[in-house]
Write a protein that binds this ligand. Sequence first.
Ligand code: IPE
Ligand code: IPE
Ligand code: MG
Length: 241
Amino acid sequence: MPTAASDDLKNVPRHIAIIMDGNGRWAKERGLPRTEGHRAGADTVRRVTEGCGKFGVEYLTLYAFSSENWKRPKREVDALMKLLEQFLRVKTPEMQEQNIRLQAIGRLNDLPKSCQEQLHRSIETTSQNTGLTLILALSYGGREEIIDGVKSLIDSVERGHLDKGMIDGEVFSKHLYTRYYPDPDLLIRTSGELRLSNFLLWQLSYTEFYITERLWPDFNEDDLRDAIRAYGKRQRRFGTV
Ligand code: IPE
Ligand code: IPE
Ligand code: MG
C-alpha cells in the first residue's frame, strides 16, 4: 500500500501531470545523439513512477509524445516508438509487481501497429491493479482531444442520448480521453520551458504549476519531493476568496 507516512510530505497531490522535457538537450550536453537522451529519459520514468507510488500519489500522467512530435525527423520518431514498445514490454512485469495500473490517452490509433498491440497488452495485463494509475499521453494533443470530445458530444446528441441543453463542463469532461480521471492537481515541467505545448488544455484550468530547470533525464526522487513540497505550500482558491 503506498503511504506518505514514511516521509515528511503532507498534502500530497492526488494527480500529478508531467511534461517530460529536455532529453535532447541532455544528450547534446554530452555530445550524444538525441535518442540517447530519450533512452535516459525512459529510466527517469521508472524512478518517478516508483516515487509517486511511494509518496501516495494516485494518478500520474506523463506527456510522452505529442501530436506535434510527429513532425520531428523520421529517425527520431522511429526511435521513440521503438523505445516505447520496448519500455512497455520490459516494464509490464515490474508494473505488475508494483501494483501499477497502466492507461493511455491520445490518438492511439496513430501509433505503429506493434506499438498499439504491446500497449493494449500492457493495459490489459495491469488492469486489475489497485495502486498508482500511470497514464501515458501518446500522440496526444489538447486541441485534438477537445475536437474529438466535441465530435463525441455531437454524436451523442444526434443519437438522442443527450439533450443539447444539458451540455455543461461536467458533461463535456465525460467526452474527453480523461473522463475516468480527476483533473491534475500539480503540473511539473522539466527543462525550464514556460509553456503548455498543447498538454491537457481543458484539465489544467486550476492546476498548480511547478517548473524546474532540471532536464528530464536528471530529474530524480529528490526533485519530485521538492515539487510536492512546493505544492503543499500553495493556497488553491479556485476563484473564490
Ligand atoms: C522530451 O525531450 C521528449 C519528447 C518530446 C518526446 P525533447 O526531445 O523535447 O528534448 P529537448 O526539448 O529537445 O531538449
Ligand atoms: C512537449 O515537449 C511534448 C512532450 C514532452 C512529449 P516538446 O519539446 O515537444 O515541446 P516544445 O516543442 O518545446 O513546445
Ligand atoms: Mg522539448
